[in-house]
Design a protein around this ligand. Structure first.
Ligand code: ADP
Ligand code: MG
Length: 723
């Protein structure tokens, strides 16, 4: 077959479109929007309905947040230097304020008193309750043109795209519209023929057109579907995404099956004895069982595909350690990828101290590393002088070369995208290794059970092993639901008391900075909380930890906490994964309703690790029974698996495992069973296709092959990677 397909308009840079200069292009590129193809797959988050022209008096009856178009005369103009421009429109005795920040000089002229203008925007209410629009779009000319041409008035449905830093929404809208106009028809259909039709779904070109540029004449029920993320066009795009992932996974799986694993032909019992010698505790029988299972996998010549599932605190790290030790005995190297730097550091420290006793050489790699240290680590790994490299997704960066990669371990799997997980096995260009046909073993760690449909989406097939037992002496964390201000004060008093008794604790907030939150008021955020709690909890020493702090700062704070130099950490969800400080015995979670159930359970798992009685306070200002019921469930349940099931039942997997690979997140959220059915269809179709054409070599699958390379491998063609 001929080499690369002819480059089409789809592969042209966005600068090929009118209105995208080099500066805009650079900003778009940061968001991964480099080619016209990328713009087409940049899907709207929702839609604004600008189809109705509202008279000003009607605005009083509309809810805030409604998209509106108005046309009225300018009654008053109030510029505040260059900072602000207020324009008041009036119609039938009712006024509405339009406000622009940093207006340009020409605008004052545009809005001369008495002129008739049309504006479109999102309705808000000023302090006095009167209607206003911030930064409306001037649609005067547009409306006139429409009316002159006799088409329906109004502006139709406007897609709302995810924000791209420093690129105005209007520019994105224009560029995507141009991309759709010029290139949507060129997008190849990668679903096998008949699949879309059988499911009653449109072609990819039609689907893209409809999702980006919905018809203004859409009937209400169809519009509701679209808004809910369930329109046929959206299902089509989701199905395609799922299908591409499934085919990619199946290819990967086929390769792994045909390939060899690193054959650990060494004495497992001897290695297990070393593991026991290295660990500062006696492994539970569940841990030993899991280790033996992994040793059997690693001792076979086929690459392992294993998911190790175990509740928070069940001791998965020790099992991973044991696997890496066996591999090292067989002269192979291991990678362990963790989702945060804090966790990577912590694992690095723990594993190095265990490894030190039995000759396992451990190093850490993350983006916060100084250049010299980084070079040293990379050199060691490339030379085979490091047995286990622990890191964040920095492990996936170019430049990481592993001499004898035999085992890839992913911790807290749900925090990674499917592509990252696949990529970890490829570090150093190992899959499929051309010379040896070798594929690294894969071990995935998870505290949350994954339903079958999702496991299929995320991994294809994985064998499962479960840690069904916690280390001895673990106590159930006494969890209390606290509603309202008085209860909050009590919870904080409990923190103070715990500290006075020599304990340590956490206060968790959902956000970093204060954010205005529509109806529900302000949400707890870590910066103001930190300022507030310092004096409130005195003499307790209070520290601050959040993910936007420089990495060394985060490490320093955590180290101080570990060393007992801080009593309380006020933190964001950066705590959620893995942070292990056995002395901590109390955790307060503010605005608990903003967290998922599984997330709350993970957070709660930060305490009660040292065998002492521990407590958790779930604070909320929420009133609605559904929310309180949800929180009460977590408070009453200590079994992480049951909590995960409940979470899944209530919210759907898209929210929990919310990533692109689950198709459109909205679909999962609103229609989990429909989404699961889509996954199953995608899986079936993928299998049928590969049964026919296992390596996708037939010309009719060229487009699919290319799409997989583009989406799946992030534009590193398979050939390049293998070569
Ligand atoms: P998780 O499964 O959540 O990753 P970790 O591996 O972080 O759990 O283990 C939680 C804590 O329990 C750690 O402090 C770890 O050292 C400790 N631990 C693990 N296994 C045992 C054991 N068999 N006996 C006592 N403590 C253990
Ligand atoms: Mg862990």
């Amino acid at each position: 077959m001929a080499g690369a397909p002819t480059p089409s308009l789809l592969d042209q840079p966005v600068t090929a479109l009118p209105g995208a200069g080099p500066v805009t292009a650079a900003r778009l590129a940061e968001r991964g929007l480099e080619r016209i193809r990328d713009l087409l797959s940049f899907l709207p988050l929702g839609y604004e309905d600008f189809r109705t022209l509202y008279p000003l008096p009607a605005l009083a009856r509309l809810p805030e947040g409604q998209a509106v178009v108005v046309r009225a005369r300018v009654a008053r103009v109030r510029p505040f230097f260059r900072r602000l421009l207020d324009v008041y429109l009036e119609q039938d005795g009712v006024q509405m304020r339009a406000r622009w920040f940093r207006p340009n000089a020409g605008m004052v002229k545009t809005y001369a008193k008495g002129s008739l203008v049309a504006l479109a925007g999102i309705l808000r209410r000023g302090k006095d309750g009167s209607p206003e629009i911030i930064h409306p779009r001037n649609v005067t000319a547009l409306l006139l043109a429409q009316e002159a041409s006799g088409t329906e008035s109004g502006l139709g449905l406007r897609p709302r795209y995810p924000a791209v830093e420093k690129v105005p929404g209007r520019v994105i809208e224009k560029l995507v519209a141009a991309a759709v106009e010029q290139a949507a028809a060129l997008v190849p259909d990668v679903l096998p023929e008949g699949v879309a039709k059988r499911l009653g779904l449109p072609s990819i070109s039609e689907a893209l057109r409809e999702v980006h540029r919905p018809e203004a004449s859409l009937p209400d029920d169809r519009l509701a579907e679209l808004m809910a993320g369930q329109a046929p066009a959206q299902r089509r795009l989701a199905l395609e995404d799922l299908f591409v992932v499934q085919v990619g996974l199946a290819l990967e799986r086929g390769r792994a099956r045909r390939a060899n694993g690193w054959h650990c032909d060494v004495d497992g019992e001897a290695a297990l004895a070393s593991v026991r010698a290295a660990l500062p505790f006696v492994p539970t029988s569940a841990q030993e069982r899991a280790i033996r299972t992994l040793y059997a996998d690693l001792g076979s010549a086929t690459p392992m595909q294993r998911l190790l599932q175990g509740d928070v605190g069940s001791g998965k790290t020790a099992v991973a350690f044991a696997a890496a030790l066996l591999v090292a005995r067989a002269r192979g190297q291991s990678l362990l990828m963790a989702p945060t730097e804090v966790l990577a550091e912590q694992h690095g420290r723990t594993l190095a101290s265990w490894g030190g006793k039995v000759g396992l050489r451990v190093a850490v790699l993350h983006a916060g590393l100084a250049a010299q240290e980084r070079r040293r680590v990379l050199g060691g790994v490339a030379a085979g002088a490091i047995d286990l490299l622990v890191g964040t997704h920095a492990l996936l960066e170019q430049g990481v070369r592993v001499l004898r990669l035999a085992l890839a371990i992913v911790d807290e799997q749900h925090r990674f995208g499917v592509r990252q997980r696949v990529a970890l096995r490829r570090v150093g260009g190992w899959i499929p290794d051309q010379k040896t046909g070798m594929v690294p073993h894969l071990l995935v760690l998870s505290a949350t059970p994954i339903p079958r449909s999702l496991a299929l989406t995320a991994y294809g097939d994985l064998d499962l092993v479960t840690l069904d037992q916690s280390p001895p002496g673990r106590q159930v964390v006494a969890t209390q639901l606290c509603v309202g201000e008085a209860a909050r004060r009590e919870a904080l008093a409990a923190v103070k008391a715990a500290v006075a008794a020599g304990g340590q604790g956490f206060v968790v907030c959902p956000a970093i900075v204060e954010q205005e939150q529509g109806e529900s008021g302000r949400r707890a955020s870590v910066l103001p909380r930190f300022r507030e709690l310092g004096p409130l909890l005195a003499p307790a020493r209070v520290g601050l930890l959040h993910g936007q702090m420089p990495s060394d700062k985060q490490q320093a704070v955590l180290a101080a906490f570990r060393a007992g130099k801080l009593d309380v950490l006020v933190a964001t969800t950066v705590l959620e994964v893995g942070v292990d400080v056995p002395a901590a015995s109390i955790i307060v979670i503010e605005d608990a309703e903003r967290f998922g159930l599984a997330q709350l359970h993970q957070l709660r798992g930060r305490v009660g690790r040292g065998g002492q009685a521990s407590s958790c306070f779930l604070l909320t200002g929420a009133q609605d029974p559904e929310t309180l019921d949800r929180l009460a469930f977590v408070a009453a349940t200590s079994d992480g698996f049951r909590i995960a099931e409940e979470d899944l039942r209530r919210r759907g997997p898209g929210e929990i495992y919310g990533e692109n690979q689950t198709g459109l997140p909205g679909l999962w959220l609103r229609d989990p069973s429909g989404a699961a059915a889509l996954v199953e269809s995608a899986r079936r179709e993928a299998e049928a296709l590969l049964a026919e054409d296992p390596a996708l070599t037939s010309p009719e699958h060229a487009a699919l092959r290319q799409t997989i390379e583009i989406r799946w491998l992030r534009r590193r063609p398979i050939a390049e990677e293998a070569g």
